[in-house]
Design a protein around this ligand. Structure first.
Ligand code: NAP
Length: 246
């Protein structure tokens, strides 16, 4: 019987890791989702949904379910669950590491306005801006409160409260093609793109589109997370796993 692994998920990387482990190892994989998305993407292996109730209950879950390894593959901006994961791993004595893709870096032709928080991103938009805001369902609200700018807020799930005009919500799920990003930015006369630095092998098409159209990008920096061993890609994750489970 292989080892039992809990992946904290909600990302494409977590889905790909579960698929890889299912295909290439005899590990039993459980993926945990927060439950923010009503129709999450299909996931290989067992899925559990919903918060644990904090770090201590997560430690309890690890012990009760005889988890051998915890992999935090949550989004780089999901700081609370990553903090809880580190604390729970220490409390339960279960080894853990994070899977986190490197962030993007600007190219010479990019015009990034680097900010540390969502609040700073809201403040960085000048009066009259037409902003494409791509910070998720939870993060868009502070932008929608500004009435001197126009926001197109793109998100996976429709928010409970529809935005007041002149703002708009666009419900769509990635990936997005470059030509579609260019069309959207042109059609909506976008002057600023607001995004998190999700990172990935390639720069996101929205950033390439902003570069092509000379649109400034308000880039919200990643939050500081507990310093634990971090895999930068799936192969790196497999190597760390091999060592921690040896
Ligand atoms: P967060 O602020 O770090 O977490 C808030 C609480 O949600 C956690 O304390 C935990 O509740 C619960 N939670 C979060 N991730 C969970 C998981 N994978 N399994 C079980 N419970 C989880 O997280 P967030 O920023 O709201 O993100 C929620 C989920 O969406 C994560 O799975 C993340 O990977 C995904 N996501 C986030 C972003 C983003 O920009 N933040 C983008 C794409 C996907 P308890 O304390 O009760 O355990």
């Amino acid at each position: 019987m292989g080892r039992r692994i809990l992946i904290l998920g909600g990302t494409a990387d977590a889905r790909e890791l579960a698929e890889l482990l299912d295909r290439e190892t005899d590990c039993e994989v459980i993926t945990s989702l927060a439950g923010r998305t009503s129709q999450p993407a299909v996931q290989t292996g067992t899925v559990r949904v919903g918060g644990f109730g904090g770090a201590d209950p997560l430690a309890g879950y690890l012990a009760e379910n005889e988890i051998n390894l915890l992999i935090d593959a949550t989004h780089p901006y999901a700081a609370q669950i990553s903090t809880n994961a580190t604390a729970a791993s220490e409390a339960a004595g279960v080894p853990s590491f994070r899977l986190e893709r490197p962030g993007w870096a600007p190219l010479e032709a990019d015009n990034w306005i680097n900010v540390s928080t969502v609040e700073e991103a809201v403040a960085a938009l000048p009066n009259g801006a037409r902003a494409l805001v791509t910070v998720g369902t939870g993060g868009a609200a502070p932008f929608l409160q500004r009435l001197d700018i126009q926001v197109v807020a793109r998100m996976i799930e429709r928010p409970a409260e529809p935005p007041m005009p002149p703002h708009k919500v666009m419900v769509a799920r990635p990936p997005f093609a470059l030509e579609d990003e260019l069309l959207l930015m042109r059609t909506e006369h976008i002057t600023h793109l607001v995004t998190k630095n999700a990172g990935g092998k390639k720069m996101a098409p929205k950033i390439a589109a902003a570069r092509a159209l000379k649109i400034p990008v308000v880039m919200i920096a990643r939050p500081k997370l507990p310093e634990i061993e971090t895999a930068r890609n799936l192969n790196h994750a497999l190597a760390i796993m091999g060592r921690l489970l040896a």
